[in-house]
Design a protein around this ligand. Sequence first.
Ligand SMILES: [Zn+2]
Length: 428
Amino acid sequence: MLLLLPVAAFANGLTTHVTISQDALPSLPEGDLAELLRDPELWFYLQNGTQFPDGGYAMGEAYSETAHWEPFQDLYFDWIKATYAGNYSSIEARQHIAYLFGLSSHGMGDQVFDSLYMQRAYVYDAASDWDNTSMDQATDVAIGAATGGQQTLEPYVPTDVFVPLMAEAGVTVDAETLEDGQFLTAVAITFGREAGSRPDQQELYRAQFPWAYDHMMDEGVDGAPYWESMVVARYWQVRWALLHDETSAFEPVMFTFPQDGDYAHPTDATSPESRVTVFFSRGLVADLLQPDFFEVHDAAGNEIALNEPWVFYGVSSHAVHLSPVEDWPADTDFTVTIHAGVPFIDGTTSLVESTFSFSTKPEPAAGNPEAPECGCASAGSPWSRLAFGAAAVFVVGRCRRPGRGLAGSPPAKAARLAARLPIAAEIR
Ligand SMILES: [Zn+2]
C-alpha cells in the first residue's frame, strides 16, 4: 500500500516542514503572536498552510513555486490587512494569519535548508545519485523516523481567496487544482510518518543520502531543522510586526550563520562551512545588491577580500552567502558589517547598519571567563537590539541551551527521541 502512493514524484520534505512549524512555536516570545500560533484550534490552518506550497509540484503546476515566495505571500498578507482592517481578533482573521504563517514557515525553511544544509550535503553526499533520488524525501523519512511523523489532516486551502490572488500574481489556477495539490501534500505527510516507522524504508533512504539522513537532528549542522525553526520563529516575528505596521520593531538582518560571538569558524575558503550567511528580514532585490554593502574586517582593522556576494536563489531571496577569497586567517576575530541601503522588494531600503562578530579562534574552555554566556546576547551585540518588545530577546548561541524548557523544544526532543533512532550514536 505504502509504496503504491505517488510520493516518489515529490521532491520535498513536508513532514520536515510541519515539524519545523511545530518546533518554532516554543521559540516565540510570550505575547499575542505566540498565543495565536500556539492556539490548538488554529494548528489545522498552520499545518495546512505549511504544506500548501509543495502541492502543485507533482502536477507540474506553477502555483507551487509562486506560493514559496514573499511576493505572493505579501498579496495574501495585504488581503488580510485590507479585509480585517487591522483588527485580527475574529476567528476568520486568526485562521488566515495561521495559514499565511504556514506559508512563511515553508518558504523560509526551504531557503535555510537549501542554502546551508543542502549545500553541505552536496559535498558530504557527493557520491549520491542526485539526479534520480530525492534528498528531501530521504531526509523526510529521517525526520519521520526520529519524531514519529505528523498527523495527516483533512486537506484545506482557502481557494476563494487564493484563486484570485494567484491570478494577481500571474498564475492561472482553479480551486479544484489547488484542492488536488493539497490532497497530495496530505499523502506526503502520511508517507513521512509511515515510511519513517519502517526499518526497511529507513535503511533504503539512509543509504541514498547517508550524511544528510544522519544529521537531520544534529544541531551542530548549520541549516538543520533545529536552525530552520529558529529562523522561522524570528521571521514570524518580523511578519507579525509588519502586520501591525510596526516597521521599526525589527532590524534588516534577521539571522546570521555564524552567529554573533561564535568561535571556531572553519577557515578553508573552499568549504561551505567557511561561508558567512546573512538572512535579511525582507526579500531582496538581488540585482541591486552591491558587493560593497558587505565588509569583513579583522581585529586590527584590515579588510578581508570577499568573493562576490551570493544571493542564494536570486530574486526575492532573503539569504546572502559571503566567502573569503583566501582562507580566513586562523586565530583571528572578525567583524562583519552590512551597510544601510540594502534594497528590498517592498521598495524600502535598510536604514541602519548591522554588524556582528565571529572568530576562527578555538572555543574558550568551559569555565573560562572569556566564554560567552550560554544563550544570552552579550551587551551591545546586534542581537540585543533585535528586541521585538521588551520581553522578546531570544538569542541562540553556539553553546546551545535548550529552548524555553518546553517539552517540545528541539534539544529536549532530540534527547528523548535518540533511543528511537537508528542513528542514535550520531545525536548530540
Ligand atoms: Zn517547498
